[in-house]
Ligand binder design. Structure first.
Ligand SMILES: Nc1ncnc2c1ncn2[C@@H]1O[C@H](COP(=O)(O)OP(=O)(O)OP(=O)(O)O)[C@@H](O)[C@H]1O
Length: 262
């Protein structure tokens, strides 16, 4: 099976098709009957208050959590039925996952350069000089000085750790990036800088992204389309400006107005 970067994408076909996805925790609904298409180069924001099912949905999509019902087709292949080695290969090559907490996405005992280089080695790179050059280049792209390449992530600030996690994830040029509250837990000024960086990387690389956030300002800045979740279900979806400027569902109206009042 070759999942690596040789295939041209059909821009008119969905990269990801999700059909009636359901995940239950016993009797409690994690997410229910979620369906959508994601096209190449699109950024989809999943918003909703705490407990609405955003993380559950993202975990099911990324294969971290087994769903109970439904299908997730990535380039027409059902990823729900992939074997574990196949899913791991996909996660290393075409997919990436940016966690809210950089500690979940970095190896804290490995140098910054090692964190980035390791991903290249995982997809077959063997030339040490080229790997180090690529890691240095990526540190620069996420605004980390080249002289910090041998430092461990724990010597970095929270914002730097998050930028390093982004470099580690993007160095292999994935097609689809899952992001779980990537700016959560950071100071407002650090958040703004990170958002700018993410926005330009997403645009420059033409990435397809599914981003979970409870922050509508983040959604506004990054997402082309939004899905609003409540009690595990999608209650509204559409273009970001449409959903935020003219919300149709009473719950979305409440979400939007509660932000505007702050
Ligand atoms: N491991 C679990 N066991 C049992 N119930 C769970 C588990 N994880 C989530 N849930 C429940 O599933 C529902 C959706 O939770 P989920 O964490 O997906 O929401 P969320 O929108 O991501 O919230 P937050 O923004 O707080 O992370 C909630 O009712 C939650 O209590």
């Amino acid at each position: 099976m070759t999942l690596h970067r040789t295939i041209n994408l059909d821009l008119d076909s969905p990269l990801l098709r999700v059909e009636a996805l359901t995940k239950l925790y016993g009797a409690r609904i994690g997410c229910a009957d979620v369906s959508f298409d994601l096209y190449p180069g699109e950024v989809l924001g999943i918003v909703g208050e705490s407990g609405s099912g955003k993380s559950t949905l993202l975990s099911c999509l990324a294969g971290h959590l087994a769903c109970d019902e439904g299908r997730v087709l990535y380039r027409n292949r059902d990823v729900v039925t992939l074997s574990e080695p196949e899913r791991r290969l996909l996660s290393r090559t075409e997919w990436a996952f940016v966690h809210q907490n950089p500690r979940d996405g970095l190896r804290m005992g490995v140098s910054a350069g090692g964190n980035v280089g390791e991903r290249l080695m995982a997809v077959g790179a063997r030339n040490y000089a080229a790997i180090r050059a690529s890691a240095t280049d990526w540190l620069g792209r996420v605004e980390i000085a080249a002289e910090r390449i041998d430092d461990r992530p724990r010597q970095f600030s929270g914002g730097m750790q998050q930028r390093l996690q982004i470099a580690r994830n993007l160095v292999t040029s994935p097609r689809l990036v899952f992001m779980d509250e990537p700016t959560g837990g950071l100071d407002v000024s650090v958040q703004a800088r990170l958002l700018d960086l993410l926005r330009s990387l997403v645009r420059d690389m033409g990435l397809s992204v599914i981003i979970v956030t409870h922050d509508l300002a983040v959604a506004r800045l990054l997402a082309d389309r939004l899905m609003v979740m409540k009690d595990g279900r999608v209650i509204e979806q559409g273009l970001t400006d449409q959903v935020l400027d003219d919300p149709q569902h009473a719950y979305t109206q409440l979400l939007v107005s509660s932000v505007l009042q702050v």
